[in-house]
Ligand binder design. Structure first.
Ligand SMILES: [Zn+2]
Ligand SMILES: [Zn+2]
Length: 253
C-alpha cells in the first residue's frame, strides 16, 4: 500500500514520525509521499525524506501560498534536483473556494509548475477546488506529455471523463468513505482501475470510521477498502493495482 499524498511536515505528524511510520509498516504500507506546499517548508520536507527509506517527497507551492511565494520554472526545477527522493512537482493548482491567493497569481504559479514538470518529465500533483473549468482549460492547453495526478479528486464525472482524455490519474482520499459523497463514489465506480491511486491528505480528512480524528498515513487502508467495495474487487487486488499505478507514474516501472 502507498499513501500518495500526505503532509508529514505538519506538527502532529512530524512530532510523532517514528510511531506514524511504524503503524504504516504494520499495515503493509511501504511508501509515503510527503507533499510540499510552500517555500519556507521545503527544508523540513528534505529533512523528513531523509528519516526513512519509505518516505519520498515533492516540491511545489500550494495555491493558498501563491501570494507569498511566486516561483519561476527554473527555481522549481533546481529545488527538485537538489535531492533524488523528490519525485513530483506540486502540490499546485487552483483553489477558488477559499480564494486565499489572487486568481491571477494562482494561475501563473500553476503554469510555472506545469512547465517545470514537463521539463523534468515528473508527475504534476494538482489540487483543484471550485475551479473545474479553469483547471481543465489550463491542463488541456499544456503539452500532451504532461503527467497529471488529480489529488484528492472530488470533481464531477464530466470533468473526470474529460481529464481521462489527457491521461490523468485520480487519487481517492478519505472523502469517498463519507456517507454524503454518493456522487463522488459513483464517479470512482466509472473510472478505470489503471488510473487510480489512494491517499490520506493527512493530517486532514480522516476517513470513516476515523472521521473527526487526526488523520495519518496508516488510515489509507480505509480508503482502499471503500474503493475496493466501489470497484467490486478484493482489497488485496486493488492494493496491488494502485501500488503498481503509483510506481508506474512516479518511477516509470
Ligand atoms: Zn490539496
Ligand atoms: Zn495536500
Amino acid at each position: 500500500m502507498i499513501d500518495s499524498h500526505c503532509h508529514l511536515d505538519h506538527e502532529h505528524l512530524a512530532r510523532n514520525i517514528h510511531d506514524v511510520l511504524s503503524r504504516c509498516k504494520k499495515e503493509g504500507i511501504n511508501k509515503v509521499l510527503t507533499i510540499s506546499t510552500k517555500l519556507s517548508g521545503f527544508p523540513k520536507i528534505l529533512d523528513i525524506v531523509d528519516k526513512d527509506e519509505m518516505i519520498f517527497g515533492t516540491f511545489g507551492i500550494h495555491p493558498h501560498e501563491t501570494n507569498n511565494d511566486q516561483i519561476s520554472k527554473d527555481e522549481i526545477i533546481s529545488k527538485i534536483k537538489s535531492n533524488n527522493k523528490i519525485i513530483g512537482v506540486g502540490e499546485t493548482g487552483l483553489d477558488f473556494y477559499y480564494n486565499i491567493s489572487d486568481k491571477d497569481k494562482q494561475i501563473t504559479s500553476f503554469k510555472n509548475h506545469i512547465d517545470a514538470a514537463l521539463e523534468l518529465n515528473f508527475p504534476l500533483i494538482v489540487h483543484s477546488r471550485n475551479a473545474e473549468d479553469e483547471t481543465y482549460e489550463i491542463l488541456k492547453n499544456s503539452d500532451k506529455n504532461l503527467k497529471i495526478l488529480m489529488h484528492c479528486f472530488t470533481g464531477s464525472l464530466t470533468l473526470a471523463l474529460k481529464l481521462m482524455e489527457l491521461n490523468s490519474y485520480f487519487s481517492a482520499s478519505g472523502i469517498i468513505t463519507f456517507k454524503n459523497s454518493t456522487d463522488l463514489q459513483n464517479t470512482f465506480k466509472q473510472l478505470p482501475l489503471d488510473r487510480l491511486l489512494i491517499e490520506t491528505d493527512s493530517p486532514f480528512l480522516a476517513p470513516e470510521p476515523m472521521r473527526g480524528k487526526k488523520n495519518e498515513p496508516s488510515f489509507v487502508r480505509y480508503t482502499l477498502k471503500k474503493l475496493s467495495e466501489l470497484k467490486n474487487i478484493e482489497a488485496p487486488e486493488l492494493d496491488k493495482i494502485t501500488t503498481d499505478n503509483f510506481n508506474k507514474l512516479f518511477f516509470n516501472k
